[in-house]
Design a binder for this molecule. Sequence first.
Ligand code: SF4
Length: 349
Amino acid sequence: MQTQADVRHDWTEAEIQALFDLPFNDLLFRAQTVHRQHFNPNEVQVSTLLSIKTGACPEDCKYCPQSAHYDTGLEKQRLMEVEAVLAKAKQAKAAGSTRFCMGAAWKHPTDRDMPYVLEMVKGVKELGLETCMTLGMLKEHQADQLAEAGLDYYNHNLDTSPEFYDKIITTRTYQDRLDTLGHVRDAGMKICSGGILGMGETANDRIGLLKQLANLPQQPESVPINMLVKVEGTPLENVEDLDPLEFVRNIAVARILMPKSHVRLSAGREQMSDEMQAMTFFAGANSIFYGECLLTTPNPETNRDLQLFKRLGINVEQRIEQTDAEQEEAITRNLQARKDDALFYDAVN
Ligand code: SF4
C-alpha cells in the first residue's frame, strides 16, 4: 500500500506553474531524480486493456467515439461473455501483461450487470493477473461488491480541470467523478485516475487537472496521461494539436507531484515517435498499455513496444503482489468502518 511519507497533498497552482516554467532540461532532471527515488528507472509496468462492452454510451464525452451522441461508425458490441473475456486475459498473460483492464461503455453498471462483471474479476484474478475495471460511475454497494470479488484497481478519470470540464462533458459532473473515486477508496481498492491532454484546454487547465489528482486525499496509484486521439465524427476531431514537448512537460510534472504513482502513457501513444516515448520514460512515465487495441483507438503493435524496450534497456515490471491477506485486511477495515458509522448513526438518532 502507498505510504504517505514524502507525498504532498497541498500543491498550489503557483507551485505547479513554477515547475512548468523550469527550463526543459532542469524539469526533466528533477523528474528523473524523483523517479529514481521511488522506482527502478529501467522498468515499465505493462497492462492490457479489453473493451468488454463497446459503444452506445449515453454520456456525451466530446473526445469519445463510444458516445451515442456522435456518429463515428464504431461497431457496437454488447457485454462480452465471461468465457470470452477470460480467453483474452489468458492471451494477455501469455504476451507478458501483468494487469488486465476491462472497460465497459456505461454511464454506470446496473445491478443486473454486476454478477457477470464480478465473475470476470474472479476469473481474471484466478489466472494470476492484477485486475482493473472501468465501468463508469459506481454506487457505494457496487464498489464494495467489486472489492470483495478481488478487483485491484478501478479506473475513473477526472479528464481535465474542474473549470474546463463542462466544455467536454455535460451528462455528469466533476463532483460525480470525485464521489465515485471516494466510493472506490472507501471499499479498499486502488485508484487509476488521470486525464486527457490536447482537447483545446489551456495550460492553466492542465495545471488544474494535475493539482486535483495530486491533492486527492490519497493520490491515485496509477495516473494515465492521455494525448487526445482525434476521432472523426466527435466534436474534437479538428481541435489544434498539443505541442509534444508540452506533453512531455506534463508527464514530468505529474511525476514530481505524484512521486509514488505509476504514471501511464495511455491513448495517443500510436501517434508518438519512439524518440518521444523514450523522452516520456525519462520524464517519469513508467506504465503503458500493451496490445493492439486501447479500447477502440489503435495502439502501437506489441512488437514495436518490445523492440523499443529492448533498444532502451527497459524491462517489464513484474507484478507486485498485494497479498490476499493485505486485500482482505483493506476490505475488513472498510466493513468495520461502515459498522462503526452505522452504530454511531444509530446512537445519535
Ligand atoms: S468516455 Fe466513457 S463515459 Fe464517456 S462517452 Fe466514452 S465510454 Fe461513455
